[in-house]
Write a protein that binds this ligand. Structure first.
Ligand SMILES: CC(C)(COP(=O)(O)OP(=O)(O)OC[C@H]1O[C@@H](n2cnc3c(N)ncnc32)[C@H](O)[C@@H]1OP(=O)(O)O)[C@@H](O)C(=O)NCCC(=O)NCCS
Length: 170
């Protein structure tokens, strides 16, 4: 286990989680900020990246699991991203739509913030969010973040304005 909250625990994603991870990544509604559902190939690549990052860095997106029934309900964790030519630590989150609007994302994101500060020892942690993704911005705001900069990210060949939210270790 990586970390836990009142209702959740976070652990590394394994091959057994492939179906639920694919369900999230291939949901057109959940993936609107990524310009729609992933292909089977893109899901496989996402999965390979997770495994590589666990091995090389020791962290990446983790499985978010409900304590009450051991059900995987989403992915949340820490990755390295580029903001203004600087490599930063980002809290990312993608949840199964069946589990939205219950406060699980903010609960997991807060735990990742604590992990970034206390275990990785970073002094600032970001969430990088496309400008149309209000639900994600609300998670960032509830996580104590403010907007630091706006920039264009080219993703899947499309230029997408993004906000870099961040919070500093106090
Ligand atoms: C971004 C995402 C994780 C946010 O999920 P979410 O369910 O809106 O966020 P939370 O789990 O924090 O839930 C917050 C909501 O639960 C409600 N809630 C219910 N019980 C709660 C509780 N115990 N604690 C906190 N909030 C609670 C809040 O009032 C809030 O309601 P609202 O949706 O009407 O604003 C989700 O929309 C998602 O997976 N999107 C697709 C992937 C994506 O875009 N990821 C971000 C990329 S930058």
């Amino acid at each position: 286990m990586i970390t836990e909250t009142e209702r959740l625990y976070l652990r590394e994603i394994t091959q057994e989680d492939y179906p639920v991870i694919a369900k999230i990544l291939q949901d057109d509604v959940a993936m609107f900020a990524y310009n729609g559902a992933f292909s089977d190939e893109a899901v496989a690549q996402w999965f390979d990246n997770l495994m590589t990052q666990y091995q090389t860095r020791g962290f990446s997106l983790w499985a978010v699991v409900l304590k009450e029934n051991d059900q995987v309900i989403g992915q949340c964790g820490l990755t390295l991203q580029q903001v203004d030519n600087e490599t930063v630590t980002e809290i990312g989150y993608l949840f199964d739509r069946d589990y939205w609007h219950q406060g699980y994302a903010i609960e997991a994101a807060q735990a990742c913030k604590t992990y970034a500060f206390d275990v990785l020892g970073v002094s600032r942690v970001y969430s990088i969010i496309r400008d149309n993704n209000i639900a994600s911005m609300n998670v960032a705001i509830r996580n104590g973040m403010t907007v630091r900069t706006k920039f264009i990210k080219t993703y899947r060949g499309i230029e997408m304005p993004h906000f870099a939210f961040a919070v500093d270790r106090s």
